[in-house]
Each structure stands twice: as structure tokens, then as C-alpha cells.
Design a protein around this ligand. Sequence first.
Ligand code: 5AD
Ligand code: SF4
Length: 447
Amino acid sequence: MKKLFIKTYGCQMNVYDSDRMVDALAPSGYEATSDIDEADLVLLNTCHIREKAAEKVYSELGRLRIMREKKEKLGGKVMIGIAGCVAQAEGEEIVRRAPVVDLVFGPQSYHRLPELLEQAHTKKVVETDFPAEDKFEHLPKPKRETTIARGLTSFLTVQEGCDKFCSFCVVPYTRGAEVSRPIAQIIAEAENLVDAGVREITLLGQNVNAYHGLDANGDSAGLAHLLYKLADIKGLDRLRYTTSHPRDMDDALIKAHGELDMLMPYLHLPVQSGSDKILKSMNRQHTVEHYMALLDRIRSSRPDIALSGDFIVGFPGETEADFEGTMQLVRDVEYAQAYSFKYSTRPGTPGATMDNQVPEEVKSERLQRLQTLLNHQQTEFNKSRIGTTMKVLFEKTGRDPGQIVGRSPYLQPVQVDADPSHIGTIRDVFIDSVGKFSLFGKIVINN
Ligand code: 5AD
Ligand code: SF4
């Protein structure tokens, strides 16, 4: 067997894709390794969402060049490939800037990886087209043992690309237009996962709640319909989906949150800013009022729902008053968890050429204030669980002997002292304390 090392950057869709690349290369005799030094092939699955993400790839390539030279001196060989959104966006430029790279290929070509790799033995390969065929149809089904090894929870990409064109975002350019997989294809993949022991599936898409796949009759069906179908799979206990746009939260999906117990009461619904002026200039197609009214409707459908979100500070034209709008929105919503970023100019997006770019030090200072508030809210949310009983899906043994670890419905890590035989089961856990990142508790014995 040849060894394949993949380093994954960025979002969960890349995590899913990296697993698919491992599956795609298995028939060519490759197996995954976590030790880069023994690798015959190193793939970087890259992210282009912010400037730093792309720069990280180039500095990693510097290190890989040294590794390759050392290996070659000893008579060894290693091939290097770049996948993901930096590959899609930069194409030829990568091979020019980093001649150590043998192969550059975008997210729509993963099913062609064995053939591209073969070509890369004799020449540099750059493949960034959007092919007409459905890559998911052509990607091999993961082997049962591989799926078992990957554990009790799994990602499943149901939708790719985005048609929203937020003015800061590269996704519509790197991942292309919205495409949804047909329902039957997704159900078949989910059934395979469940058959191999997966108990929780997170549906992925750049804009997953815009999902509109074909159903058995050839009609277009939304995410709610897909969730109800998946909920019928025996042995599957939990469903999640990420990430969503407020504009695509339709009535059926909101209703599904109230009706489907196995749809976890935790929703990542990015708002980006709490200023209508900035939201407009971001082309978000919603206002603060629209977002707040939406949350009211979601909370009436599923009162125990907790929220997560994404924020960008320092978008061009953001004044202190606009930023205060964001802080106020956060105070009003009370997030369980959130991601926040400094605005990063992305060449080719409308935001990059807007006037009134915000100075770096202003961005840093605002980000710090926002993160302090968000961290405080996360701690408060975790503390609010003390004295409650939550269902925990136990996934593995903990760091300390005798400890096992699982996740709450809100994705919080929960640690308890208990027998490893509980791994793979969902148990009621009484939460008695919280640490910096985890909750601690005891399994409740139900008679
Ligand atoms: N600068 C900073 N953050 C960005 N995001 C997307 N594009 C940019 C950018 N140019 C953030 C958004 C999005 C998350 C995935 O990344 O908050 O929701
Ligand atoms: Fe980017 Fe906006 Fe699409 Fe999200 S909805 S992927 S932020 S363009």
C-alpha cells in the first residue's frame, strides 16, 4: 500500500471532501496516514475564504519543499497536490509560485483524482474546470471498515456552491453556482453510514438551507423534505445541518424544527452584521429586523433551540455606530457559540474595491470587543446547563482513565466517569459542572 497524507484547512465541507479523496484513491492502492514523513502523496485541501487561509498554504508549501528535497537525497519520492478553493481560485499561479507542486485540482474534480494523479507522474497537472458530470455519482462508495473507523458521527454534503453573492465572499466564485444532490442519492449514502454504525449525520452545504434536490417523482424538494426522509432511517438518532442563510429559512424548515425531535435544537444561522447599512452593502438581502423576527418564529417552533452565528467586523464603511449595532444584536440574541472574523479583502469580490476600507487596528480592536462578548455568552450558555439533564451521544474514551466523552444536543463536549460500554449509546446525563471547553456530569440511571 502507498501512503496518503491529507492536511485539511477551512470548513467542514473540506473535511467531508478529504474523506472522499481518501475513498477515491483507495482503488489506486493508497491508504491514509497521519504521519507526513511516510507519505508517498501529500495533499493540501485548501481554503480561500480569508487572505490568511491562502497564505498558510504557501508557507506550508515552503516546508514541503524542504521535506521533499531531504527525501529525494535519500532516494525517496513524494508527490504534492493542492486541492480545495485555493486550487480553484489560483490554478496555474500555484505551480508558478511553488514549482514543488505536481498537481492542482478544484473541488469539482475529486472523482477524477486517480486519473489526474497518473498524469501528474509525467507533467504538471492543473484541473479547475466545472465538469458537466455529477462527481458524487462517480465517487466510490466508502468501504464499510473506513466508515466504521471514522466514528459515530459523520458529515454528508448535500449541496454545494452558492448563488447569494454576499459582497465579501469568494464562495460563489470558487465553489460555483448552487447544486443540490438528488434525495435518493443522499438517502443511499446516509443508509450506508448508518449501516456502518453512524448515529448522527450533519448535512453540509455552503448554503444548505437553499437545498432543492430532486425527489423520486423528479420534483424539486427543499431541505425540510429531505430531513423528514432522513428521519425515517432506522438506527439514525440525530440530524444537524450547516450552514444556512436567513433568507432561505422557509416555513417548512421552521416547522421541521418543531416536529422532528432528532433534528438537534442548535442552529448555525450567520447574520454577519447588526447594521442595516452594512447588511445592504454586504448584499445580504435581509435586515436586522428580518433576522430578529425570523429567530422569534424559529424559537416559537422549537423553544429550546440555541443559536450559533458568524460575524464580520470592519467591512468597508463600518462606523463605530454600525459596529455598536452588531454588539447590540449579539446582546439581544444571546448566542450559545459564534465565529467572528476581521473583514479580509478578497480580490474579485465587490467588497475589495469599495471605498472606506477600515484600518487594520480598528478591525482588531472591534474584533476583540465582539469576541469578549461572544465568549462571555458562550460561558453563560454552558453554565446555564448546570443542574439540567441532557442527552449525550458518547463517542470515545476521554484523556483521563475511566472517562468517556460525548456531545450534547448543543455540540458541547460532555465528559463523564463511566464504563466504555456506554460508547455508541445516547444517555441522559446530569450536568454538575463546566470547565473551559467541556461540561462534566453523571449518567442518570433510568428505571
Ligand atoms: N472576510 C472575513 N470573513 C469572511 N467570511 C467570508 N468571507 C469573508 C471575508 N472576506 C466569513 C463569513 C462566513 C464565514 C464562513 O466566513 O462570516 O459566514
Ligand atoms: Fe458566501 Fe454569502 Fe454564499 Fe455564505 S451566503 S457562501 S457568505 S456568498
